[in-house]
Design a protein around this ligand. Structure first.
Ligand SMILES: [Zn+2]
Length: 256
């Protein structure tokens, strides 16, 4: 086996694999949304790196205990780039897989809702970390559109309470210190085990249990393709590792 397969040759081969595949599962992380202006939380220019207070705002224990953290969190949500972000070529490329009837499911670690905005059927999207576009009450479980709650913040409420029970409201996303939703994780791992090609895009594949989808798919006989700017722990078991710009390579790979 030669180590130095030319990257364009590799791209052609992966494109053929996708053409042959019947059940593609795509797993996406922050790297697919950076071209849409959504910052990567963990990268060198990441939000947490530049503003340590932001990390407290992402921790459910600080959030519940400290009204000041909640006040800052609501201001931060008001200013979140997701409200104006548009899907980029990477999101559109994955949506084209659905049009070709190949997309079995999309697992995403992102909370920005950009995959749905690119046109993927919501029932195919498995959001393991929740969705910023929805608000939730931590006490009674009420859920509703985030924009309605943000309107109250704009109108002057610094820490809007649940209209049903006066409980603490938050975005319907998984914060640090908060449990993942077992049914969502089970579904993500199940589709990974059922696919014939798993394409991991823009994820460092460090966060479990979702990262476990990659070896699970491999063990079940699927081809595994990893496209990420940095090396991942699963590069060794991948059938192809593509270190290319997502917005350039993904449209080529997914096109009919
Ligand atoms: Zn409530």
């Amino acid at each position: 086996m030669t180590q130095a397969v030319r990257s364009d040759v590799k791209l052609d081969r992966v494109r053929e694999w996708i053409a042959e595949a019947k059940r593609v599962v795509v797993l996406t992380g922050a790297g697919i949304s950076t071209d849409s202006g959504i910052p990567d939380f963990r990268g060198p220019q990441g939000v947490w790196t530049l503003n340590p207070k932001a990390e407290q705002m992402s921790d459910i224990r600080y959030y519940v205990a400290d009204p000041e953290v909640r006040r800052l969190s609501w201001q931060s949500r008001l200013a979140h780039p997701a409200w104006t972000a548009r899907p980029n070529l990477g999101h559109q490329a994955i949506a084209s897989l659905e049009k070709r009837g190949k997309l079995y499911a999309l697992i995403t670690q992102n909370i920005d809702g950009l995959h749905q905005r690119a046109g993927i059927a919501p029932e195919l999207v498995i959001e393991v970390h929740g969705n910023l576009h929805q608000a939730v009450c931590l006490s009674c479980g009420w859920r509703g559109p985030m924009q309605g709650v943000l309107d109250r913040v704009r109108a002057g409420e610094e820490d809007p309470a649940c209209g049903e029970c006066d409980g603490i409201l938050k975005s319907d996303t998984i914060s640090f210190g908060q449990a993942l939703i077992p049914q969502v994780i089970e579904r993500a791992l199940r589709v990974a085990a059922e696919c014939d090609l798993l394409l991991a895009v823009g994820s460092t594949l460090q966060v479990y249990p979702v990262a476990g989808a990659v070896p699970l798919a491999k063990d079940a006989g699927a081809r595994v393709v990893i496209m990420n700017a940095q090396p991942t722990q699963f590069d060794d078991i991948a059938d192809a590792v593509l270190r290319m710009r997502i917005g350039e390579a993904l449209p080529f790979l997914c096109a009919a």
